[in-house]
Each structure stands twice: as structure tokens, then as C-alpha cells.
Design a binder for this molecule. Structure first.
Ligand SMILES: *[C@@H]1O[C@H](CO)[C@@H](O)[C@H](O)[C@H]1NC(C)=O
Ligand SMILES: *[C@@H]1O[C@H](CO)[C@@H](O)[C@H](O)[C@H]1NC(C)=O
Ligand SMILES: *[C@@H]1O[C@H](CO)[C@@H](O)[C@H](O)[C@H]1NC(C)=O
Ligand SMILES: *[C@@H]1O[C@H](CO)[C@@H](O)[C@H](O)[C@H]1NC(C)=O
Length: 330
């Protein structure tokens, strides 16, 4: 009995040692971990942008609260003569603290970052679950990420990033905050409720314009496709990813087939097709050709689309996501 127990112990030890042993030497090319084998090329789940609510989506009483909080920070912005001011509210609706982007001590001291640090310092808050954050200008990609990491429940802004960059020539990283918020799944959390354009006219007026001030440190000549919503044609785009490959070990390229269809009753001739946000194609697209205006393409042939008719084109692009096309009225 004593012998068989010892033997069992020895056998178990050997088995366990086999299971727990380090693979030595450790080779990241062969060791598997997580859900992708180490030698595979990993890609994130493709997500479309999460929804941004506008004042029109909100009940009047809730909108009134957001408007008054937004006016409060726009007032602080005017008094301090700074563009970007942020405020944070406790879950019970009491103002917790504010943050002003003064450009000091460095370039990442944006209003939201300053407010988060400020509230943490004053109130010792480390997680902002159920808190709300307000900002005169839509969170940049850095601040949107900080808002996700901090677990805010609601984020409200007045002026959109796309307007700051495209309409008033203010330098900015051209990423909508919703692009970051839609990746909340990576932290295992829900995206915050995002509300844009609250007292937009006042916010936009406060930002003013830099387009006529090319010597300002904020000035940029923006690269944007400008669309007049009144001039968008009824043409529809249906896209299918046909091929995915990896170049140079780490650059994912996808090939897409796109079909333009004319669901309307009228014949559409030679529509300009704009791309927003702009992208760099891998090689030239086929079936459409670059026009003289930036981010604009035209059909290469068969330029007349009768009612019900379709037109196919294709392209390759870096990344996994399709390019966003809109056809304008000819
Ligand atoms: C809201 O919560 C904060 C933090 O707990 C507290 O300081 C404040 O007094 C509360 N406000 C109200 C109106 O209860
Ligand atoms: C921190 O918030 C308080 C309360 O709103 C405010 O008085 C103060 O100016 C803020 N500090 C900074 C550095 O923004
Ligand atoms: C946040 O609010 C929800 C809903 O009221 C509540 O269930 C949850 O406990 C709150 N979380 C924290 C950390 O206060
Ligand atoms: C096309 O015309 C028919 C008949 O005039 C009309 O009933 C229909 O609503 C129109 N469809 C579109 C998409 O304009």
C-alpha cells in the first residue's frame, strides 16, 4: 500500500510537471495563446461607428439639463478666453469639477483630461461609472479613449470634430469620437451614451474660424470631402469584401466589389462619387476614375444609370473596412 501510494505520487508528479512545464526555450512563433495562434495575423472585430444622439433625439426635460450644463462651460470658456472646457457631473447631478485646456503644461492637457485629473485629485474618484462629462468640442481620439477607460456613462459636446477640422480649419486628429466609442467591446463595457450638437450654434460661434488665419498655431488646411445633403443623389452602394491578404507581414489589404444601383424613377447621368473620410486606395480602383475635385471619382464608362440599373466597380484598400461612398447629384 505504502509502495503503491508513493508510485502514484511519482506518476502524478511526472504528469503534472509535463502539464505545467514551461516550453523552454519560449518561442512566440509556436506557442499558442488566446484565440489566435501566435503565428497568425490577428485583426480586430470590424465595427461600424456607434450612434451619436442629437438634441432632436432627446426628451425636452433631459435636453434642458444638457443645454444648461453646456452653456455653463461655454460661459467659462468665454471668461477664460479658452476654446475647450470640460465639466464632470456626479451621478446625482451635482457638478464635480471642471477642466480647461490652457495648453499647459503640455499638448495633451485637453479639457477632458484636465477635468478627469482634477476630479480625481479633488474627490479621489478613480472610476467614473455613472458620471457624465461635458465638453465644448467633441472629444478627440485621445480624450474619447480616456473617457472609455474612465467608464463614463454619458458624454455630451457642442461642436463636432468634423466641423472643427473641415469647416473652421482647426487642426485636429480627424477621427469621430464614435469610432473610438464603438470599440468599447474591447474593455468589456458598454459605449457611453454620446450626445453631440448640444447648443451647437453657440459652441460653433465660440470656436469661430481659423480658415482666414493661416498663421495661427491652430490653423490647418483641411482634407475633407464636402457634401451638400440637399445634393446627395438617390444612388445606393452595396459592397462585398471579396479577398483579404496580408502584405509585408503586417499590412492587411482587402478587395471589394461595389454595386451602384439606381432605385429612383429618374435617369442619373455621370454622378460625382465622393469618399468621406478620405482614404488611400491600394492601386487605382477599377470602374471609377479620380475626378479633378479632391476625394471625388466618376464612373469610368457607361455613365448613364437608367432607373433600376446597376453599375459595378471595385477597389483594394488597406485595412478591413470598406470605403464610404456617396453619390452626389450630377
Ligand atoms: C452628490 O454626490 C456628491 C458626492 O457624493 C456629494 O458631494 C453631493 O453633495 C451630492 N449632491 C446632492 C444634491 O445630494
Ligand atoms: C478643478 O475644478 C474646480 C471645481 O470646478 C475648479 O474650481 C478648478 O479651477 C479646476 N482646476 C483645474 C486645474 O481646472
Ligand atoms: C450605476 O448605476 C446603475 C443603475 O442605476 C447601478 O445599478 C450601478 O450600481 C451603478 N454603479 C455604480 C458603480 O455606482
Ligand atoms: C416611381 O414612380 C411611380 C409611379 O409614378 C411611383 O408610384 C413611385 O413611388 C416612384 N418610385 C420612386 C422610388 O420614386
Amino acid at each position: 500500500m505504502r509502495f503503491s501510494l508513493s508510485l502514484l505520487f511519482v506518476i502524478l508528479s511526472v504528469l503534472l510537471a509535463g502539464v505545467l512545464a514551461c516550453k523552454d526555450p519560449y518561442n512566440p512563433e509556436t506557442v499558442d495563446y488566446g484565440q489566435c495562434a501566435s503565428a497568425t495575423k490577428a485583426n480586430y472585430e470590424v465595427r461600424s461607428d456607434s450612434k451619436v444622439l442629437t438634441p432632436a433625439d432627446l426628451p425636452a426635460d433631459e435636453l434642458a439639463v444638457h443645454e444648461s450644463r453646456m452653456r455653463h462651460i461655454i460661459d467659462i470658456a468665454r471668461v477664460n478666453n479658452k476654446k475647450f472646457v470640460s465639466s464632470i457631473y456626479f451621478p446625482n447631478g451635482t457638478l464635480a469639477c471642471i477642466g480647461i485646456n490652457t495648453g499647459k503644461p503640455n499638448m495633451i492637457a485637453h479639457g477632458e483630461i484636465v477635468a478627469i485629473q482634477n476630479c480625481t485629485e479633488i474627490h479621489g474618484i478613480s472610476m467614473y461609472t455613472n458620471y457624465s462629462i461635458y465638453t465644448t468640442g467633441e472629444p478627440c481620439s485621445m480624450c474619447a479613449s480616456a473617457i472609455l477607460w474612465s467608464r463614463f456613462k454619458t458624454v455630451v459636446w457642442s461642436t463636432y470634430n468634423s466641423d472643427l477640422y473641415c469647416k473652421i480649419c482647426m487642426s485636429n486628429i480627424p477621427i469621430d469620437s464614435s469610432y473610438i466609442f464603438s470599440r468599447a467591446y474591447g474593455l468589456g463595457i458598454e459605449a457611453p451614451v454620446a450626445i453631440g450638437g448640444v447648443v451647437k450654434a453657440e459652441g460653433d460661434a465660440w470656436f469661430g474660424t481659423y480658415c482666414n488665419r493661416p498663421t495661427s498655431i491652430y490653423y490647418i488646411a483641411p482634407k475633407c470631402a464636402c457634401q451638400d445633403p440637399a445634393k446627395v443623389s438617390p444612388l445606393k452602394f452595396t459592397q462585398t469584401r471579396t479577398t483579404v491578404w496580408v502584405e509585408g507581414g503586417d499590412k492587411v489589404v482587402t478587395q471589394w466589389n461595389a454595386i451602384i444601383s439606381n432605385p429612383s424613377n429618374s435617369t442619373i447621368v455621370d454622378p460625382p462619387i465622393v469618399i468621406s473620410p478620405s482614404v488611400v486606395f491600394k492601386g487605382a480602383p477599377w470602374g471609377i476614375s479620380a475626378a479633378s475635385e479632391p476625394n471625388t471619382y466618376k464612373l469610368s464608362y457607361n455613365k448613364v444609370l437608367f432607373p433600376g440599373q446597376t453599375f459595378s466597380f471595385g477597389y483594394s484598400v488597406y485595412g478591413l473596412e470598406e470605403v464610404a461612398f456617396t453619390a452626389l447629384e450630377a
